[in-house]
Design a protein around this ligand. Sequence first.
Ligand code: ADP
Ligand code: NA
Length: 329
Amino acid sequence: HRPRALSLAQSTSDSLHLGNYLGALRQWVPMQDDFEAFYGIADLHALTLDQDPALRREQTLLGAAQLLAAGIDPQRSVVFIQSHVPEHTQLAWVLSCLTGFGQANRMTQFKDKAAKAGADAANVGLFTYPILMAADILLYQADKVPVGEDQRQHLELTRDLAVRFNARYGQTFTVPEPHIIAAVGKIQDLADPTAKMSKSAVSPAGLINLLDEPRVNVKKIKSAVTDSDRTITFDEVAKPGVSNLLTILSALTGTPVEQLVADFAGRGYGDLKGAVADAVSAFATPFRDRTLELLGERGELEAILADGAARARDVAAKTVADVYAKVGL
Ligand code: ADP
Ligand code: NA
């Protein structure tokens, strides 16, 4: 059969932003051609954040609707909600008993998050999060996992656990490889192009939320911070704002940056911003319409997710049965 790919998205905000789409979700769409893909919404991971239950439930559905609106096809791929497949937590426990405390303690993302929250405020779920992520991947015997730089260490832990389990109990897990996605540079904040676009941005002025009204985003793009120079060239250090606009335009249109620089020779920043606004709208307007439509047909959306969970469980239950038998449960 086709090799398997797996990726889960966190659903901890109402709307995906342009960085999430260009840096991650967009690459999942063509992967459906080459892989038997499992794509989910990681609501168990989202539980590491203190959040209102009704809002959490809403964001989970909204996350799933956005996957579908972005072009994930639930006929070809398995689209599911993590908590609908109880095998994730079952396998996570077995794996946590196989993970050294010292090894878990070396995860830099936990250190960063704990430092931000204050050590006493950080919960144990945040600490064991990489082990749940390992379970997410190993349950489906995934060959490839699309990962950004921020998840590399977690994938290493996953590989380690798979190798350790296989060595101790016999061949059980596929050892997953990172799927390196065609590099779209980091998308930067439009109002502060030295910082990456992030949902935790201090000011919303530079954040393109894909579910915002198109005219709101057009306004943000037209107000993007550039520089006092007037030439359109790509130089991330000296011209971070203009370079960011070129990166976005190139990613959305498929035109190489060098070609864009040539096309815009002698033209002003206003023209460049106009082209970026058009390209963003061309994607975001139908994306937003489709997401809202899916949310309006809630029963249909829930049926898609129930079907996805059943298909995911077919695979996950086999893995857990094998694991339980091997460890003596
Ligand atoms: P945020 O930084 O807004 O909190 P997440 O950490 O939830 O976003 O990231 C979700 C996914 O989107 C990750 O794969 C991450 O690498 C990608 N991503 C987030 N922000 C950007 C960005 N500005 N440019 C490119 N990719 C991004
Ligand atoms: Na983040």
